[in-house]
Design a protein around this ligand. Sequence first.
Ligand code: FAD
Length: 310
Amino acid sequence: AYDVLVVGGGPAGAAAAIYAARKGIRTGVAAERFGGQVLDTLAIENFISVKETEGPKLAAALEEHVKQYDVEIMNLQTAEKLITAKEQGGLHEVLFANGASLKAKTLIVATGARWRKMNVPGELEYANKGVAYCPHCDGPLFKGKPVAVIGGGNSGVEAAIDLAGIVSHVTLIEFDTALRADAVLQRKLMSLPNVTVLTNALTTEVVGDGNKVSGLVYKDRASGEERTVELAGIFVQIGLVPNTDWLKGSIELSGRGEVIIDERGQTSSPGVFAAGDVTTVPYKQIVIAMGEGAKASLSAFDHLIRITAP
Ligand code: FAD
């Protein structure tokens, strides 16, 4: 059995694996896709101390750094179920889609999250070419240009307020007849001069010139009419979905399906820790996921020295 088994190979999982291995304990990492969301990212300009890099480059660097240590990397492994230890100090077991199972004294869950997509024509084609999911990451790329935000919940309205200070104009598009964000955020949004809010509007297509986004088409649900808005960017803010299906029934999840952790990364099951976008920790970013991964790993080590005390 492993002393520490990390499930997930994004920034959080990589950091957790390195911190565990540096303690000289038996460490394994199992991941569906080593690199995680970073693989889908083009420019990264907010990974502190690196002025600019690209997702695939950072993902390769993560793997290279993990490989410096005595860590067993199991790539292309999808976890399907967690069976937590029955008694204090017992082994946790993870079952994988290929039928394999791995046991560990401590487990670090770092399976990340994925942005919910609109599933309209053009969205995938123009991903990273105007279609964006993270305003903290990509907002500055659209400085002085018009953008849309899709989604009128808290994250959409927060994104619109944030972007309004950078871009020339923000069109916020909400499917429902009213925004769902907190009243205080809605008031702030309505006070901004360069924001237009469209409710009862369904985005039907992302349009572009073959290289980048030039606008979007939406249907006015009241009249049934289709209209086009010219834009340089589209921020899709209709939900970040944590990859926790495999954890249902084994550890405590929040209403949004995120793994609930305390300030040490401890979950509801002793010896099971979690880090990064899969958890309730606010702000889903690379530097944050890495810090959380390191923290969960140090907590796992701390747990190990206690359960193995004579
Ligand atoms: P993830 O990166 O999601 O990694 C999760 C890992 O778990 C992956 O290896 C995955 O394959 C694996 N996994 C998932 N389910 C299972 C399972 N059932 N079994 C086994 N393995 C599984 N952040 C920034 O700081 N700056 C940016 O510029 C930036 N740009 C972004 C651009 C895009 C398009 C996207 C999508 C995100 C961007 N982010 C950016 C956010 C950043 O990528 C995430 O915050 C970060 O990757 C989270 O790290 P993580 O390790 O928690 O999860």
